[in-house]
Design a protein around this ligand. Structure first.
Ligand code: GRF
Length: 202
């Protein structure tokens, strides 16, 4: 399956996906990394890994989300993309774009959804005093950081955690579960059952 990874920044999840996809028997190929920001640090990492990159800046489109998405869709079509992984992609999509890719677009969020969607999930978790947090890979629906859950991984929250230390530990989990979730999707071992995602025996 041909996959596009969409990024806006650092790209550590992107790098984990590229690494996994380079392994033997991985059922998907990272065909392109697309950034909506020219200064995303992940772009250089992608290039170093030999993955084609494209920059489609969203800023010039302002509030014209559909205009940006038309350009994005063109790039995805041109490369025969079948699946999309959002990896720190900081731009919201229209419901139309999400609908078009429903069941074929994944996102990762650093909390155990449905807890703590949106910004500063680590700070939200610490302020709530939860003792366990983690990361979630889910199918994208129009609502932000929601949608059928594919995989989750947990970490214990320590009393002395700061958003930075918690984020670092959760990132380790993210880098494990995102490639695994993509593997499941690419092998059609996950399927949507209403609002839920079911995984067949692996
Ligand atoms: C990750 O924590 C991801 O869960 C969230 O944004 C961050 C992106 O980090 N959506 P990176 O660019 O993958 O390093």
């Amino acid at each position: 399956r041909r996959v596009a990874i969409l990024i806006s920044g650092r790209g550590s999840n992107m790098a984990a996906l590229i690494r996994a996809a380079g392994g033997p028997d991985f059922p998907a190929e990272i065909a392109v990394v697309i950034s909506n920001r020219a200064d995303a640090a992940g772009l250089q990492k992608a290039q170093e890994s030999g993955v084609p990159i494209e920059i489609i800046e969203s800023k010039p489109f302002g509030k014209d989300r559909a205009g940006f998405e038309a350009k994005l869709q063109q790039a995805l079509d041109a490369r025969g993309i079948e699946l999309i992984c959002l990896a720190g992609f900081m731009r919201l999509f229209t419901a139309e774009f999400v609908q078009r890719w429903y069941g074929r677009m994944l996102n990762i969020h650093p909390s155990l959804l449905p807890s703590f969607p949106g910004l500063d999930p680590h700070g939200q978790a610490l302020r709530a005093g939860v003792k366990i947090s983690g990361a979630t890979v889910h199918f994208v629906i129009p609502e932000t950081d929601a949608g059928p859950i594919v995989l989750q991984g947990a970490v214990v929250v320590r009393d002395d955690d700061t958003p930075d230390t918690l984020s670092e530990r959760i990132l380790g989990i993210e880098h494990r579960i995102y490639p695994e979730a993509l593997r499941l999707l690419a092998k059609s071992q996950v399927r949507l059952d209403g609002d839920l995602c079911r995984t067949s025996a692996v």
